[in-house]
Design a protein around this ligand. Structure first.
Ligand SMILES: *[C@@H]1O[C@H](CO)[C@@H](O)[C@H](O)[C@H]1NC(C)=O
Ligand SMILES: *[C@@H]1O[C@H](CO)[C@@H](O)[C@H](O)[C@H]1NC(C)=O
Ligand SMILES: *[C@@H]1O[C@H](CO)[C@@H](O)[C@H](O)[C@H]1NC(C)=O
Ligand SMILES: *[C@@H]1O[C@H](CO)[C@@H](O)[C@H](O)[C@H]1NC(C)=O
Ligand SMILES: *[C@@H]1O[C@H](CO)[C@@H](O)[C@H](O)[C@H]1NC(C)=O
Length: 457
């Protein structure tokens, strides 16, 4: 185990910002074409927004990017950037909302289902003595969000190292916390309600207090099927093990949850023996609201898991190779976005500087539709779509731990905007120059910023 001193050093030295991301809810209902009769639901009828008949999703107006300064000694703070999508402003940063902090390592961010709150996470907040979970008020003026006083936000006690946010139907969030407060194990999953109050940390810390009762629990990615009351979280790695001199502890466990009762994990699946050997799975998404999921295995493969029915146990199936059959299975930074109706998937591969668009109408046999290929060295990490799924954004900064850690994947520190054609079979870039936002240059004398999290308004 790395010590706290090492961690403190890491914060001081690296003081970077990473960002993760949060998935838009694999929202409403929707027909997942596919194989499963019996799970079909009327398309767009059951909205996550409180069960009323769904409104057509709004066209996007802004993109939020959550980034921190590469070198805070130049005066920059971890900040929320507001990018306009309107007319002549397209691709322009119209507002920068600095927080009082630097060194939180800005990671993922996500808009609540009620569109009132933007949640942002700081991966290394525990080391920077700052809040790991920040909320911005976007309810009245999405162009100029305000930071909700962090003193009014209760931080989790049992978990830290904030990764992904999953918006909940009530307007709150589930948050994956990859490590303990000192970067060890276990981590937790926290839940906030729409009033941004901490509701709980799971599984129940009283019953599962430590790494003996809860081994290898370092959750990063998570998908939820609210209709089927099943969630899948995947364990990525132990944060402190990424320091120099440590052996990186990647995980291969998958957890199924019953969303009616988060106090205990419903089922733990060991993926190490699965075809391709799951090793450090980072992200997981629900396929529509079907009780089935896709997740990246940390090995360049994408897996399918059907979480329904009694444990047999449930077993993952390898369904796609992001690396096209390459012998070198080096893979990191694979983030997924599943379309609302489950028939499309976006998958980023940092190692290949790309985002793939897949047809997952039959999730057991994905088909490649198109690839957003970025320049060599760009990276490619968090990828998100607008609520109407007409356009997307990908960030290219993953994480750089500086001199004390083993993770050095800085990418080219950009946010790249793209569009999709009506049938979502092609990725297009209408305004190529305005669609690449270079965060190395946005803040002048404050130097380069590192965008990780991105969310559409
Ligand atoms: C859609 O939902 C409404 C209530 O939310 C319900 O009355 C209606 O029957 C549903 N429509 C279909 C086709 O299921
Ligand atoms: C968000 O901003 C609106 C408009 O300024 C305000 O009415 C509301 O109280 C704010 N909410 C919070 C939680 O600060
Ligand atoms: C989920 O939990 C609820 C409430 O405890 C229970 O009624 C239900 O049977 C559970 N579902 C499964 C699949 O275990
Ligand atoms: C939730 O699950 C825990 C552990 O399995 C159990 O002790 C508890 O009674 C359950 N609570 C409800 C409300 O079902
Ligand atoms: C699902 O969404 C895709 C992409 O927007 C669309 O082309 C397709 O027609 C939709 N399918 C169903 C069954 O709704």
């Amino acid at each position: 185990m790395a010590t706290m001193t090492q961690w403190a050093l890491l914060v001081v030295c690296a003081s970077c910002c990473g960002a993760l991301l949060s998935a838009m809810p694999a929202a409403a209902s929707s027909v997942l074409a596919a194989q499963d009769a019996g799970v079909q639901q009327p398309r767009g009828n059951r909205s996550l927004r409180g069960g009323a008949a769904a409104q057509p999703p709004p066209a996007p107006t802004y993109v939020y990017a959550w980034a921190g300064p590469k070198d805070p000694s130049l005066g920059g703070k971890d900040s929320l950037f507001v990018i306009s999508l309107a007319g002549k402003e397209y691709g322009k940063v119209v507002t920068v909302v600095p927080t009082p902090y630097a060194g939180l390592e800005p990671h993922h961010c996500s808009l609540s289902v009620d569109r009132r709150t933007l949640a942002c996470g700081g991966l290394f907040a525990a080391l920077a003595n700052g809040p790991g979970i920040l909320f911005f008020n976007v309810s009245s003026n999405p162009r100029a969000p305000t930071l909700i006083d962090p003193a009014t936000v209760t931080q989790p006690r049992f978990g830290a190292f904030v990764d992904e946010f999953v918006p909940t139907p009530d307007g709150g969030f589930l948050v994956t916390l990859m490590g303990s407060p000192t970067g060890g194990s276990p981590g937790r999953i926290a839940r906030y309600n729409a009033a941004r109050q901490l509701v709980g940390e799971y599984p129940d810390p009283a019953k599962f207090p430590d790494a003996v009762t809860l081994p290898s629990f370092n959750p990063h990615g998570m998908g939820v099927s609210w209709g089927h009351k099943i969630a899948l979280s995947v364990d990525y790695l132990e944060p402190a093990s990424t320091l120099n001199g440590q052996v990186i502890q990647k995980r291969s466990t998958l957890r199924l949850w019953n969303t009616s009762n988060w106090s205990a994990i419903m089922e733990t699946i060991d993926g190490s023996g699965a075809e391709g050997h799951i090793n450090g799975p980072m992200d997981a998404v629900a396929i529509g609201d079907t009780g089935t999921f896709l997740f990246g295995g940390g090995n360049g493969y994408i897996y399918y898991l059907d979480g329904r029915g009694p444990a047999t146990p449930h077993s993952p199936k390898l369904v796609w190779d992001l690396l096209g059959g390459a012998m070198d299975r080096t893979s990191y930074g694979c983030i997924l976005y599943s379309f609302r109706n489950g028939t499309r998937l976006l998958a980023s591969a940092f190692v290949r500087d790309m985002v793939q668009l897949l047809d997952t109408t039959n999730p057991l046999k994905p088909k490649l539709l198109d690839t957003l290929q970025m320049p060599k060295g760009a990276g490619g990490h968090v990828v998100r779509l607008s609520a109407d799924e007409s356009m997307g954004a990908v960030t290219t900064y993953f994480l750089d731990e500086g001199a004390v850690g083993q993770v050095h994947f800085e990418g080219d520190m950009t946010v790249r905007l793209f569009k999709l054609n009506a049938k979502a079979t092609k990725i297009t870039i209408n305004k190529p120059v305005k669609s690449v936002l270079d965060f190395k240059k946005k803040m002048g004398a404050q130097g380069a910023f590192r965008p990780h999290g991105v969310a559409f308004y």
